[in-house]
Design a protein around this ligand. Structure first.
Ligand code: NAD
Length: 463
């Protein structure tokens, strides 16, 4: 095998973990190789966060056009051009992929197109050559998980990867799994006119969410026409006479949901196939690569980050880990900091959270106080015509330290940034309440929820 250049760091995987790590390593003066078998940007950019958000925006435009008359704007009845919608989504993705390619060039990062394999802690094989390297970062991400039920290979049964390549809108869609992926697609395709049925095994959808918010969103989704079955475990998919049929067990017995298409959204599994980990002796934690808080594997000089280590499978966590891993690889000593990881769900309305939920605070026996502020009392939310939902804040009793913030409502995913900073820095409700927030803006709802921890919110009676 031909041996080429020598690197300080070789990163396998060019997603939001790997490419961010590569940029940071280059900024720190390292000679960097990035190995990627597909397009740069990984799942997030090509098959996840970005394409779905481009579609979510299209749905927002559709909703605004449909309700334009309420704002005193006359438009003729809007219709969906699904191909055009998908084209715009592709353009957004392509622009961002080009942007990352540009950043690689600017950082003098050598990008190798092909599947990387660890030959030893100091050698990585890719497309017929071996790269000599001082350090390696494994950042190979994840793939859609499968469940062991019959019928998932039938035509029309798709994953979140496949559904983003459709050229025609399905008339009906059964979604197996009421988690983040399932509910985001339910929200998008439901708004476009597809008849949606969600089948979720657990007693509630969006299992990681604060129970109250998940319950409230469940009601909103149902009022949008999304049919949701909970405590419903899928046993299999079969071909019926005119459609696919998803068979599931409920407390009342077996049930069948017919649909033109079935989306399987039951989680994601770390992807480490063909990496040569067993041969080199990398310790695994079931399917995930085992890494410590410094993102080191058991092999000195080999680090692992992102979905491949199976922790919190979020793009922004992978990016954080990418920075931490390369800094450690280049001689610094930094721990990954998971003290304030925002979670964002781009449904309609959006859901976002950071820190402890009310149940977690209870389960941990932490004396706490819960306050709430509804978007119906926000001037900005009213002007936007999006006044559903609430901000819920959990603070430590006595100290007033913000332990968690949970938001269901307009731009929740943007609003959570202030809350994440609050949780990470250990600021108090008083700090938030005494910070002047611009009027009329949505962040005032966070300030008001903090005020409700103290003497009371201004624009609402006690909730
Ligand atoms: P998930 O774990 O959030 O949800 C999967 C759901 O499928 C669970 O609720 C589970 O109970 C259900 N399920 C499993 N087996 C089932 C069966 N046989 N019948 C019925 N239901 C079943 O996983 P996901 O939604 O696939 O998302 C995967 C990962 O991607 C998660 O880590 C998620 O956080 C991440 N993600 C994040 C975002 C975001 O931050 N906006 C968006 C998409 C994905």
């Amino acid at each position: 095998m031909a041996e080429t250049k020598e690197y300080d760091i070789t990163i396998i995987g060019g997603g939001p973990g790997g490419y961010v790590g590569a940029i940071r390593a280059s900024q720190l003066g390292a000679r960097v190789a990035l190995v990627e078998k597909d397009r740069l940007g990984g799942t997030c950019l090509n098959r996840g966060c970005i394409p779905t958000k481009a579609l979510a925006k299209a749905v927002e435009v559709l909703a605004e056009a449909k309700h334009a008359a309420e704002y005193g704007v006359k438009v003729s009845s809007p219709t969906v051009d699904f191909r055009k919608m998908m084209e715009r989504k592709n353009t957004v993705v392509n622009n961002l992929v080009s942007g990352i390619e540009g950043l690689m060039k600017a950082g003098a990062i050598d990008v190798y197109k092909g599947a990387g394999r660890l030959v030893s802690p100091a050698r990585v094989a890719v497309v017929g050559q071996e790269l000599k390297t001082k350090k390696v970062v494994l950042a190979t991400g994840s793939v859609p998980a499968r469940i062991p039920v019959p019928g998932l290979d039938l035509p029309g049964v798709v994953t979140s990867d496949d559904i983003l390549n459709l050229t025609e809108l399905p008339k009906s869609l059964v979604i197996i799994g009421g988690g983040v992926i399932g509910m985001e697609f339910a929200s998008i395709f439901g708004a476009l006119g597809t008849k949606i049925t969600v089948v979720e095994m657990l007693p509630a959808i969006l299992p990681p969410c604060d129970e109250e918010l998940a319950r409230r969103y469940h009601q909103m989704a149902r009022s949008q026409g999304i049919d949701i079955n909970v405590s419903a475990k899928v046993k299999g998919v079969r071909q019926g006479q005119d459609s696919l049929e998803v068979v599931f067990d409920t407390a009342k017995g077996e049930s069948v949901a017919p649909a033109q298409m079935v989306l399987v959204a039951v989680g994601r599994s770390p992807y480490t196939e063909g990496l040569g980990l067993a041969e080199v002796g990398v310790t695994m934690n079931r399917r995930a690569i085992a890494a410590n808080e410094h993102l080191e594997t058991n092999l000195p000089g080999v680090y692992a980050i992102g979905d491949a280590i199976g922790g919190i499978m979020l793009a922004h966590v992978a990016s954080h880990e990418g920075e931490v891993a390369v800094e450690n690889a280049l001689g610094r000593r930094r721990k990954a900091d998971y003290s304030a990881v925002p979670g964002c769900i781009f449904t309609n309305p959006e859901i976002a959270d950071v820190g402890l939920s009310e149940k977690e605070a209870k389960d941990k026996g932490i004396p706490h106080k819960v306050s709430k502020f509804p978007f119906s009392a926000s001037g900005r939310a009213q002007t936007m015509g999006e006044a559903q939902g609430l901000v819920k804040m959990i603070c430590e009793e006595g100290s007033g330290k913000v332990l968690g913030v949970h938001i269901l409502g307009p731009r929740a995913t943007d609003l959570i940034a202030e809350a994440a900073l609050a949780v990470r820095l250990g600021v108090t409700a008083k700090d938030l309440a005494h910070t002047i927030h611009a009027h009329p803006t949505l962040p005032e709802t966070v300030m008001e929820a903090a005020m409700a921890q103290l003497d009371g919110a201004i624009h609402v009676r006690r909730m």
